[in-house]
Design a protein around this ligand. Structure first.
Ligand SMILES: NC(=O)c1ccc[n+]([C@@H]2O[C@H](COP(=O)([O-])OP(=O)(O)OC[C@H]3O[C@@H](n4cnc5c(N)ncnc54)[C@H](OP(=O)(O)O)[C@@H]3O)[C@@H](O)[C@H]2O)c1
Length: 265
């Protein structure tokens, strides 16, 4: 049976880190609203979690590339009298081609999904959290936000935005009992590299760089409950993040440039 009266809205719940959050929060008795595009995956997960944990689990299929999706999700929330106490913005992906060679609609969709929809969902979740005096928001950023600037990829810039906006919102909202955490994972086992088309390259990376999604989620959830604005999960990721940040900006640029997969000599 549900052991809290609280509900978590999770985007990107059909796979990877979002799905692991759904399992973890269901095991703690949270009711859930699961969002992603693949209806069958969401429905199967909702059935499993309802059966195992006795929680209420709603699903809403939405393509967060569409600018109308956040409003549609919250009109479902209002119609079904759901109180969103926890918002987890996990939906995301990365293109793998150079900026200049990527069609604008593809880049615009990445910005809509991981910046505009994410930010609008935060904004729409706030009035209810403010009225109840309690809320937690986890925005899934990436260790890419700490890494040297990633050549050509929009992804690094987007995840830096997610890190910065999450800290800014946390500063504004914590006096009202609402904490916002930027969760910044490194390489995590999920469908991410299949969607990106880089599975072969990813498989060549040393095992020490990888984490399981449920380990990322456990550490991220602990940080959110403690009201920490930033969580870099795993020892290796913490070392990487801590060693890049203090370097002079020019040196960070040089490192990023040396690692540039699109470099033209
Ligand atoms: N895995 C890693 O190595 C890694 C590292 C750092 C950060 N991250 C970040 O972690 C987050 C979760 O990624 P993951 O590793 O869990 O990847 P994943 O297994 O591929 O899951 C991505 C989720 O996002 C959803 N999604 C993608 N596009 C969507 C759209 N247009 N509308 C709605 N939902 C959409 C997918 O569902 P549908 O396809 O059903 O829509 C899926 O549920 C992402 O923000 C990613 O940038 C991942």
């Amino acid at each position: 049976m549900a052991t809290t009266n609280r509900t978590a809205l999770i985007t990107g719940a059909s796979a990877g880190i979002g799905s692991a959050f759904a399992h973890h929060l269901a095991s703690e008795g949270y009711n859930l609203l699961l969002v992603a595009r693949r209806a069958a995956k969401l429905k199967a997960l909702a059935d499993e979690l309802t059966q195992h944990h006795g929680i209420r689990c709603d699903v809403f299929c939405a393509d967060l590339n569409n600018s109308t999706a956040p409003a549609e999700i919250f009109s479902f929330v209002e119609k079904n009298r759901i109180e969103v106490d926890v918002l987890i913005n996990s939906a995301g992906l990365s293109g793998k081609d150079a900026f200049a060679h990527t069609p604008w609609p593809t880049l615009a969709a990445e910005i809509q999904l991981m910046m505009t929809s994410l930010t609008e969902l935060c904004h729409r979740a706030l009035p209810g959290m403010q009225a109840r005096g309690w809320g937690r928001i986890i925005n899934v950023s990436s260790i890419a936000a700490f890494a040297p600037p990633g050549a050509s990829l929009l992804y690094t810039g987007i995840k830096s935005y997610v890190l910065n906006i999450s800290q800014a919102l946390d500063m504004e909202l914590k006096p009202q009992g609402i904490h916002v955490t930027a969760l910044c994972p490194g390489f995590t086992h999920s469908e991410f590299h299949d969607a990106m088309g880089t599975r072969d390259q990813a498989n060549k990376l040393p095992g020490i760089l990888w984490q399981e999604a449920d380990a990322v989620v456990r550490e991220g959830w602990r940080a959110a409950m403690k009201g920490k604005p930033v969580c870099v999960p795993g020892v290796v990721n913490k070392i990487i993040a801590a060693s890049v940040r203090p370097l002079p900006i020019a040196l960070q640029y040089q490192i990023g440039n040396r690692m540039n997969p699109f470099k033209q000599e």
